[in-house]
Every structure is written in structure tokens, then in C-alpha cells.
Ligand binder design. Structure first.
Ligand SMILES: CC(C)(COP(=O)(O)OP(=O)(O)OC[C@H]1O[C@@H](n2cnc3c(N)ncnc32)[C@H](O)[C@@H]1OP(=O)(O)O)[C@@H](O)C(=O)NCCC(=O)NCCS
Length: 353
């Protein structure tokens, strides 16, 4: 088994990570000061198999020694530990039903990352954590050039607070940092946010989930505007507003069998399944036109993920009968977010931004 964690790891690599029982921590003060450099020897690791020591060291290679604002990393590995070992590996096709079940269990509702026939969705990295061959956790992220969007992340309730999500997150960050990504964004639940804060993530906004009563069925209306020219126009607008190259993700949304795409010179809206989003526009008036076009073509659409900082978006969705159902913390780690959230009226999803 390959126990190292190289930047930009490739398919089918396995990473050894340590799961630290809570009782093994030396206390909050010690923990806080445990940022370290990967070149430093790890106190307390002498009795661990070499492969495990190396795996931990490499997996912390991105961690700075001090907890500077904007830096990412978690210094957990320096703590006294026993040799409970978990494996973090890439997702396989045979993991799909496990992930479905875990995500449904963790979030209290069905929902899954959009896994393709080969399990790993294009442009994404998905990791599964195992203890003694039993799968216990899942984490995913997707890269948009210099930005990566993290989510979903879920751990089996029976093994929470043992560092499994920390290991998954560390592996995801290392992967994307290895491919030149410096900014990490995500929408966190209240219970999930402390995990990210330990890596240096900070609140930059909120993402509110608005819903309205579902209209039965899926519209028989054929997809509108799903031609390449419209798609490329939408992708160019998306790049200007988000500062990221999200073409792979946009194409996935647009290729959903129930997707519609409405494009304007100054904005676009994709409706996929029951979600209106990504829905981006330079002004509220353009956003209004796009929203009404989207709802006209897909009257069954009843979910919008709205950046809290975009008050015009909130007015548009509430005027259309949507009500606030949930709210998440929009967190940023590493470099500053390039996204103009005031021009984002609806995200594509909570995991994709
Ligand atoms: C959030 C979640 C993924 C964390 O998994 P985990 O393996 O238990 O996380 P870790 O053990 O690595 O936790 C690391 C740190 O994060 C913080 N943390 C994790 N869960 C927390 C919780 N429920 N409340 C407060 N802090 C929490 C703690 O600081 C924790 O360190 P500690 O145990 O030493 O205090 C898991 O609780 C889960 O699946 N929740 C349901 C789904 C969800 O909310 N996903 C996150 C979406 S953003």
C-alpha cells in the first residue's frame, strides 16, 4: 500500500491517516499550538509503523507552523496518539450505494453527489475513509482552477469526533493545493463549521436555502437553449462573475435530463431538477427576467440556494412565493474568494457553489 500523500495524488492511491481518540489529546492549549512543518519529526510517533508516520507527515505537508489568517492546515498529527489507523482512498464504483446511504443519514434526507458511471464525477475528487475495511466517511470537492469548492462531507455517527472528517478534509486540501489551488470555499452546516474553522476557514457570507411548494411532476417542456453557443456564452458570464473556470460543472448541470438554460447578454440561469441555479446576473432586472423565464419553463422548480449578501435575490425569490428553509455558513479558506456573490442569485448546489 502506498502510504504517502503526494500533492495532486492520482487515481487509486491509498493514504494512511491516523484517527486520534479524543482522550489522547493533550488539551486545548497544546492543540492550538500544534501547527508544525512537515520536515519536523513527530513527537510520539516512534512506535508507529514507518508507513503510518510518513503518511501523517506527508498529509500535513501543507500545514503552516503558525495559524496565520488565510493559511490552511490542521496540526492534529503532532499530538500524542495511539495507532488507530484509518485509510483515506479515492471513491470506487462499488462505494456509490454506501455514499448514498451515508449522505442520506448525515443530512437527514436523500441526496447524493452526482456520481457518474465510473463513480468519480468529472472534475471532482471524492475520498472514502475506512477503518479496518469498514467504510465510515466520505468527502468530496471540485476544482475550478485556483478555487476549489468542498462538499459534501459526512461521517458515520458511530465514529464521529475521532478525526475522520479532519483526515478527509486534509486529503482534499492537499490534493487541490498540489494542483495549484489556493482558495477553498464551502457551505457548512452549523455542526460542520467548527471542523473547517480548525483549518483556518472563516465566514464570508451565508447561503440560504429557499423553497416553495413543489408542483407535481416534471415539466414535459423540452429543454430550452441547450446549444453549444448558449452554453459558451453562459460559461463566459460565469467566469467573469465567479472568477473561476467552472465549465465542467456547468456542463454537468446543463446536461441534466431536466435542465433548461436561459441566457441573456448580462446573465444566465440553469434550471436542473428542481433547482434554479447557477443563476447569475449583472443586475436585479436581468436576474428577474431570467428567473421568470426559468420558472415558466420549469414550473416544478422549487429550490434556490441564495447568497445572503444578495438582497435583490432574496426579494425575487420571496416575491415568487419561496420561503427560507435552511441557512448555511459560507466559509472561505486560503486566499480570498474571487466570487462576486452580489451577482450570484442562485448557486448550482450547496456542494458546487
Ligand atoms: C461534520 C462531520 C462531517 C464531522 O465529522 P467528524 O469525523 O466527527 O469530525 P472530526 O472528528 O474530524 O472533528 C474535528 C473537529 O471538528 C469539530 N467538530 C466536529 N463535529 C462537531 C460538532 N458536531 N460540534 C462541534 N464541533 C465539531 C471539533 O472541533 C472537532 O474536534 P474535537 O472532536 O477534537 O473537538 C460529521 O459530524 C457529520 O457527518 N455531520 C453530519 C453532516 C454534516 O453536517 N456535514 C458537514 C457539512 S459542512
Amino acid at each position: 500500500m502506498d502510504s504517502t500523500l503526494p500533492p495532486g495524488g492520482t487515481a487509486n492511491q491509498h493514504y494512511d491517516v491516523l484517527i486520534l481518540p479524543k482522550a489522547d489529546f493533550e488539551g486545548p492549549q497544546r492543540r492550538r499550538s500544534s501547527w508544525w512543518k512537515s520536515t519536523q519529526p513527530l513527537a510520539g510517533h516512534e512506535n508507529l509503523p514507518l508507513s503510518v508516520r510518513e503518511g501523517v507527515q506527508r498529509s500535513n505537508g501543507f500545514a503552516p507552523e503558525t495559524h496565520d489568517k488565510g493559511s490552511l492546515g490542521c496540526g492534529r498529527a503532532k499530538l500524542r496518539m495511539r495507532s488507530t489507523t484509518a485509510l483515506v482512498r479515492e471513491l470506487r464504483q462499488s462505494d456509490v450505494s454506501f455514499v448514498d446511504g451515508l449522505v442520506a443519514l448525515a443530512f437527514g434526507r436523500p441526496g447524493r453527489p452526482q456520481l457518474g458511471p465510473n463513480a468519480m464525477p468529472p472534475g471532482e475528487i471524492c475520498y472514502v475513509a475506512e477503518i479496518d475495511g469498514t467504510r465510515v466517511g466520505f468527502g468530496a470537492a471540485r476544482g475550478y482552477g485556483e478555487v476549489a469548492y468542498i462538499g459534501p462531507m459526512a461521517v458515520d455517527p458511530s465514529v464521529r469526533r475521532q478525526g475522520i472528517a479532519t483526515s478527509l478534509l486534509r486529503a482534499l486540501i492537499a490534493f487541490f493545493q498540489g494542483s495549484g489551488c489556493g482558495t477553498f470555499l464551502l457551505d457548512a452546516t452549523e455542526s460542520g463549521a467548527p471542523l473547517y474553522e480548525r483549518f483556518g476557514f472563516a465566514d464570508v457570507d451565508r447561503t440560504d436555502v429557499y423553497e416553495r411548494d413543489a408542483k407535481a411532476g416534471i415539466s414535459a417542456e423540452s429543454a430550452v437553449g441547450l446549444n453549444e453557443r448558449d452554453f459558451l456564452q453562459a460559461a463566459a458570464i460565469d467566469r467573469r462573475i465567479t472568477g473561476c473556470d467552472r465549465r465542467v460543472t456547468l456542463r454537468r448541470f446543463a446536461q441534466d435530463s431536466n435542465a433548461s438554460l436561459a441566457v441573456h447578454k448580462h446573465g444566465f440561469a440553469i434550471t436542473h431538477g428542481r433547482v434554479v441555479g447557477p443563476w447569475l446576473a449583472d443586475s436585479g432586472s436581468v436576474a428577474r427576467i431570467l428567473f421568470h423565464a426559468a420558472l415558466q419553463v420549469r414550473p416544478e422548480a422549487n429550490i434556490v440556494f441564495v447568497p445572503r449578501s444578495n438582497q435583490e435575490a432574496i426579494s425575487l425569490v420571496t416575491d415568487a412565493g419561496f420561503v427560507l428553509k435552511r441557512s448555511l455558513r459560507h466559509l472561505c479558506g486560503g486566499g480570498p474568494s474571487p466570487m462576486r456573490r452580489m451577482s450570484i442569485f442562485g448557486q448550482g448546489s450547496l456542494a458546487h457553489g
